[in-house]
Each structure stands twice: as structure tokens, then as C-alpha cells.
Write a protein that binds this ligand. Structure first.
Ligand code: UDP
Length: 484
């Protein structure tokens, strides 16, 4: 490991848990290879990183691990944000997302100041910082992009954007095949974001265009995936889109052989031992885990449908419910059907707030995962060998759904149709009951579970010495070392 000492990698994640969690893991991976690693973030998010990385004090060679955290000031006032909104999940209203992205655009000068002071040899910056390519260029160092998503989503979104297949459909619900993308992948016009299909210029579409353009000029990308999961699309990205890419995932697995529990994003809202005890009392593969990531919030009517759908399925479940700060009904519980918790006593566990997700997914009693298809959750589900019910909401989640259902064939789509920013009552209880049952019971469910188990085993091997992700990480470190 000592030969990597001269390397110094700056990691600069976007301030949202779905981006920060994999970057904490990435920092541990780099550091375990003897690479000096610095995470750059803002003051309010710094404790999250220090808790996440404290869980490893030595690497496999017994050397001390060097992960430093440096902070830059978050420009709340300049971006028109209330004090304290320094993470995407802490916005009081979704409308403030524009201001949040504006703040991201103001971080270039403070980051450059740190680049000047520390002179790292490489900058890995989130795709939401397109200006990072120019910042790195000023200091003559390579900029790598971290998207936090799959090769499949990158390839599919490029094809949809480039070839605009939705233009040839007569209705929102008529499926089209994504042109030029291997695998004859189908999706509907409704599942394409409005700003793409209606060619709308707004802050988000401008940012995404800048991000694409910056990626073309960047040194390459780092992907939280493993080759065996999506070989066709990893090759497509490298050969057709012509960019250098290193797959180093599933990043969540780097915590597996850890003596301490990995801290992922927030303190869990449930005592972890209680949660595990509850699961210990259940049969193998019998419990459905339902969670929609760190950002998605459903309205009361949709929450009721989820409750009724789960109840009607007759299955046991753990359901994670997020309620926003702006909802003054947090304590009132009027989003639950009358008497629901009494009826579900012992059968269903509701976690209000933050769940120890990886711990739950990895428990043998859990048999399926209802997910919004955020890439971290999807990959954590795959690494746990679980079939899924896919319920995408926004971002690149609809593409991840197609990977799970059409390519890997380990999931059942609940039927979410529309790309939405604020989630309304779009999926009815009957659809939820049907999808969950299909995932958990019967021959098809068994086949999906078997396929998912094979993938989990491949994921584990990819991270072992000589495995595809382990080798790619070493190849990346070697290449960066030769550069510096
Ligand atoms: N997560 C968690 N507990 C929760 C909700 C989410 O630990 O109650 C973690 C989850 O394991 C994943 C991340 O938060 O690592 C969410 O990332 P993802 O890409 O799935 O979705 P996003 O939050 O970005 O929409």
C-alpha cells in the first residue's frame, strides 16, 4: 500500500445522502489501498462523514488509514436558502431545490482555494459540479466524475436524449424501444422527464447539459457498479460513448468485514438490536422491506394505499416512512388507515424516519425489497440477493427500473408511470398488493430470487482480490499514480 502514498485524492460529493453515502465508502476503499484521501464538504455535513469513516481505523495491511475531512462554507444566504438547509433532504419545500442547485454553483471558488492549498493529485467530483472539470484543469490535475448511478442508466439516458424516441409515440402510455441501446429496452413517454420530452430550458436541464459537456472533457468516470452486473452497458459506455470508466462497486460491500457497524447517512430511528431481534423471529425470506430512499416523500393518500396494499398481501413487512418537516401532521398519524398498527402488531414494523437499511436487507428473514430504484438502494438490494418491486419516482430511477425488470429480470414493476417531483397518489393498493405478492410467492418469485442470489455472489467476488471491481480500483490507482 505504501507505494500509493504520493497519491492524494480529493473527493467532492454532492450534498445529498444518496451521493454522500457511496463517497464515504469510496474514501474507505482508496484509503485502504494506502491512498491519501480528503473529503471536501460543508460544515453541517462534515459530522456525517466523520461518523461514516470512523468505523475503520486500519486497512488490511494494518496501516493507519488517512481520510481527512475539509470543509467549505455553504452559501445559504447568497443562494436564497434558509440557514441550515445544507443537504438536499433538509429543504422545507421542494421548490427550494433550484436555490440548492444555485448554491452548488457557488462552490467553485472555495474549492479552488483548497486545491491551491493542498495540491492533490486528482479530483473526484460529483456530476452536479460541472465546473469541477475547469477547476481541476487550472491546477493541471485529472477530474473524475462520480454519477452515483449505473452504466445502464448512463447509456439509456444518453440514447433517449440523443435520439428522442418519444417523439414518435402518439400517447404518453405507448411504449417505445430505446434506440441504439442493446437489449430492446422499453419505456413510455410518461417516464421521460418533461424537460427532455418538451425540450424545456430550465435550471435543471441547463445543469444536466453542462454536466454532460463537462464529462466529455473530464478524465473519466468512477462508477458504483460491478462488471458482471451489466457487462453490455459497461462496454457500451466505454466503447460507444468513448469515455474511460472504472467500476469499483458495490461500494456498500466495503463495510461487510468490518468489526463496527457502518454508519450510513443518519442515526437510525430504531434501535438496531430491536430491529434485528424482530427479524430474527421471522422465517427466512418472509419479510418485505419497503423504503423509498432519502428524498422521496409520499402524500397521505399514497401512504394509505401502501398500508392497505401491504395489509391485503398478508405478508410481513418493515416499512420506512419519511414525513417532511413542513408536514404539521407528523405526530398525528392520520396517514395510516384506522386501526392499522393494532391489526399489524407483530406482523408489520413501521420505521418513522431513518432505517438501518443495509443491515435489514442483509438479514436472512428479508425476502424482497420495494424500492424507488435509487441506485444505491438498487445495488444494496442486488448485493443482498433480493428480488424487488420497482417503484421509480424521478431522476434516473426509471432507467434503473428497466435494468432490474427487463435486463436482470429480478423485479416486478408496480406500474409507476410518471416522472414527478412531488409525489401524489399514483399507485393504488391493488397494484401494490399484486406486485408484492408476485415478488414473494410462487414460481416466478423463486426464479427471480435465484437470479438475484447469483448476482449477489458475483458482487461479493467482484470485490475480492482479483475480482473485477478490486482490479479496476487498482488499475485506477496505478493510472493516477503514473500521471502524478
Ligand atoms: N438509506 C438508509 N436508511 C433509510 C433510507 C435510505 O440507510 O431509511 C440509505 C440507503 O441505504 C442508500 C441511501 O440511503 O444507501 C439512499 O440512496 P438511493 O440512491 O437509494 O436513493 P436517494 O436517497 O438518492 O433517492
Amino acid at each position: 500500500a505504501s507505494q500509493n502514498r504520493e497519491l492524494h485524492v480529493f473527493l467532492f460529493p454532492f450534498m445529498a445522502h444518496g451521493h454522500m453515502i457511496p463517497v464515504s465508502d469510496m474514501a474507505k476503499l482508496f484509503a485502504a489501498q494506502g491512498v491519501k484521501t480528503t473529503i471536501i464538504t460543508n460544515t453541517l455535513n462534515a459530522p456525517t462523514f466523520s461518523k461514516a469513516i470512523r468505523s475503520r481505523k486500519t486497512n488490511s495491511c494494518g496501516c493507519g488509514i488517512e481520510i481527512e475531512i475539509k470543509t467549505i462554507k455553504f452559501p445559504s444566504q447568497e443562494a436564497g436558502l434558509p440557514e441550515g438547509c445544507e443537504n438536499l433532504d433538509s429543504l422545507p419545500t421542494p421548490e427550494l431545490a433550484g436555490n440548492f442547485f444555485k448554491a452548488m454553483g457557488l462552490l467553485q471558488a472555495p474549492l479552488e482555494q483548497l486545491l491551491l492549498e493542498d495540491q492533490p493529485t486528482c479530483l473526484v467530483a460529483d456530476m452536479f459540479f460541472p465546473w469541477a472539470t475547469d477547476a481541476a484543469a487550472k491546477f493541471g490535475i485529472p477530474r473524475l466524475v462520480f454519477h452515483g448511478t449505473s452504466f445502464f442508466a448512463l447509456a439509456a439516458s444518453d440514447c433517449v436524449w440523443r435520439y428522442e424516441p418519444f417523439k414518435n409515440t402518439s400517447s404518453d402510455s405507448e411504449p417505445f424501444v430505446i434506440p441504439n441501446l442493446p437489449g430492446l429496452i422499453r419505456m413510455t413517454r410518461a417516464q421521460v422527464p418533461d424537460f427532455i420530452k418538451d425540450n424545456i430550458e430550465n435550471d435543471l436541464s441547463r445543469l444536466l447539459k453542462q454536466s454532460k459537456e463537462a464529462e466529455v472533457r473530464s478524465y473519466g468516470i468512477v462508477v458504483n457498479s460491478f462488471y458482471e452486473l451489466e457487462p453490455v452497458y459497461a462496454d457500451y459506455y466505454r466503447k460507444v460513448l468513448g469515455k474511460k470508466a472504472w467500476h469499483i462497486g458495490p461500494l456498500s460491500l466495503c463495510n461487510r468485514d468490518n468489526e463496527e457497524k457502518a454508519y450510513r447517512g443518519k442515526e437510525a430511528s430504531i434501535d438496531e438490536h430491536e430491529c434485528l431481534k424482530w427479524l430474527d423471529s421471522k422465517k427466512p425470506n418472509s419479510v418485505v422491506y419497503v423504503c423509498f430512499g432519502s428524498v422521496v416523500k409520499f402524500n397521505n393518500s399514497q401512504l394509505k394505499d401502501i398500508a392497505l396494499g401491504l395489509e391485503a398481501s398478508g405478508l410481513e413487512f418493515i416499512w420506512v416512512v419519511r414525513k417532511g418537516k413542513d408536514d404539521d401532521d407528523v405526530g398525528k398519524e392520520d396517514w395510516l388507515p384506522e386501526g392499522f398498527e393494532e391489526r399489524m402488531e407483530g406482523k408489520g414494523l413501521i420505521i418513522r424516519g431513518w432505517a438501518p437499511q443495509v443491515l435489514i436487507l442483509d438479514h436472512g428473514a428479508v425476502g424482497g425489497f420495494v424500492t424507488h430504484c435509487g441506485w444505491n438502494s438498487t445495488l444494496e438490494g442486488i448485493a443482498a440477493g433480493l428480488p424487488m418491486v420497482t417503484w421509480p419516482v424521478a431522476a434516473e430511477q426509471f432507467y434503473n427500473e428497466k435494468l432490474v425488470t427487463q435486463v436482470l429480470k429480478i423485479g416486478v414493476a408496480v406500474g409507476a408511470q410518471k416522472w414527478v417531483r412531488v409525489v401524489g397518489d399514483s399507485v393504488k393498493k391493488e397494484a401494490i398488493e399484486k406486485a408484492v405478492t408476485q415478488m414473494m410467492v410462487g414460481e416466478e418469485a423463486e426464479e427471480m430470487r435465484n437470479r438475484a442470489r447469483v448476482l449477489a455472489e458475483q458482487a461479493r467476488r467482484a470485490n475480492e482480490k482479483g475480482g473485477s471491481s478490486h482490479s479496476d480500483l487498482n488499475a485506477l490507482i496505478e493510472e493516477l499514480s503514473s500521471q502524478s
